[in-house]
Design a protein around this ligand. Structure first.
Ligand SMILES: Cc1cc2nc3c(=O)[nH]c(=O)nc-3n(C[C@H](O)[C@H](O)[C@H](O)COP(=O)(O)O)c2cc1C
Length: 315
């Protein structure tokens, strides 16, 4: 039976079919994986984070990150950077961003190469700059909603509600809150009580995020937090059917999902890129499968796409 916590949601003027989003995961949530998750029921799919400076200086590598599939509706791009003027400029002028219905801003990434430039989670310590970025993005977005993905704070969580309220005041249409501090990285467990406090501090929709890996988690964490929905990251790796499980909808077996996933990668990417990038996903599909060592080794060294599919079919 479908959970009573499943509901439709509106982000600004953009309706979502349901309140279960795929969280952005750099190196994983490319167009092929997003398509698979969408087909399994995800209500919102977002690109991995894309640098506004990369867009400004037309870095070739960013193009691949902005690919969408036909029917990816709504489309959402996640941007990172630290200069409000650059956000304004690229959202206004960059042709490749026009196809996106929602613009999400990363304020949670803990990686030093991002935070040392003042971007990602560094913005949690600079509320006025973060608010300026939201305002600039909104001014350039032509009516499209601008959303924010944040953590609870750098070391302590006490500023999370105020930060969230400031983002709302600056014009954010939704918040995704990862229930960890920056210092925690991905360790410990996500604090859904803290997410509840953020939810209570704002009127815009809040997606809770962190450690949702089953339909049971979905129910418990929404009951605990009162959040409007969830964003699922690692729980979907090797298990895109998690969306179907929560929705009582489409469920693919691991083998079927892995094959479809590899086929989608070959549709959007060159053979060498698809084969190399699928390896990371393969490790997740194969997790927990007994007697899999040999198959795993073969997939990791296979260079041809047909070879990868052949090995998966042996599963
Ligand atoms: C490999 C990896 C890459 C990630 N990349 C991004 C990213 O590009 N943008 C972002 O906002 N969060 C990123 N995150 C954080 C996730 O979106 C999410 O907040 C976090 O994993 C907690 O949710 P989960 O327990 O459902 O995975 C990343 C996390 C991981 C593990």
């Amino acid at each position: 039976m479908k959970s009573t916590f499943v509901k439709s949601l509106k982000i600004g003027n953009v309706p979502l079919k349901n309140n279960i989003a795929l969280a952005p995961l750099a190196g994983f949530t490319d167009v092929a994986f997003r398509r698979l998750c969408k087909e399994c029921g995800a209500g919102l799919t977002t690109t991995e984070m894309v640098s506004v400076n990369g867009l400004k200086y037309r870095n070739e590598k960013t193009e691949i990150l902005l690919r969408c599939f036909e029917g990816e509706s709504p489309t959402c791009v996640q941007l990172f950077g630290s200069d409000p003027d650059v956000f304004f400029e690229v959202i206004k002028d960059c042709a490749a961003l026009k196809k996106f219905d929602i613009i999400d801003i990363n304020m949670g990434c803990p990686m030093p190469k991002v935070t040392k430039t003042g971007a990602g989670s560094a913005l949690l310590d600079d509320t006025s700059r973060a608010a300026e970025i939201v305002q600039a993005a909104k001014a350039a977005a032509d009516g499209r909603p601008v959303t924010v993905k944040m953590r609870l704070g750098r070391e302590d969580k006490s500023g999370a509600e105020r930060f969230a309220a400031e983002m709302e005041k600056a014009g954010a249409a939704m918040l995704t809150v990862h229930g960890r501090t920056v210092r925690q990285l991905y360790s410990g467990t996500a604090d859904w009580q803290a997410i509840a406090r953020v939810k209570a501090a704002v009127k815009i929709p809040v997606l809770g995020n962190g450690d949702v890996a089953s339909a049971d988690d979905f129910e418990k964490k929404l009951a605990e937090s009162g959040a409007d929905g969830v964003a699922i990251g690692r729980g979907a790796l090797g298990n895109p059917s998690l969306f179907g499980e929560i929705l009582n909808g489409k469920i693919l077996g691991k083998r079927e999902a892995a094959i479809l996933h590899a086929e989608y990668m070959s549709e959007y990417f060159s053979e060498s890129y698809a084969v190399a990038n699928f390896r990371k996903h393969a490790a997740h599909y194969l997790k927990g499968v007994p007697n899999i060592k040999q198959i795993k080794t073969r997939i990791m060294s296979e260079r041809n796409f047909d070879g990868v599919i052949g090995i998966l079919k042996e599963l």
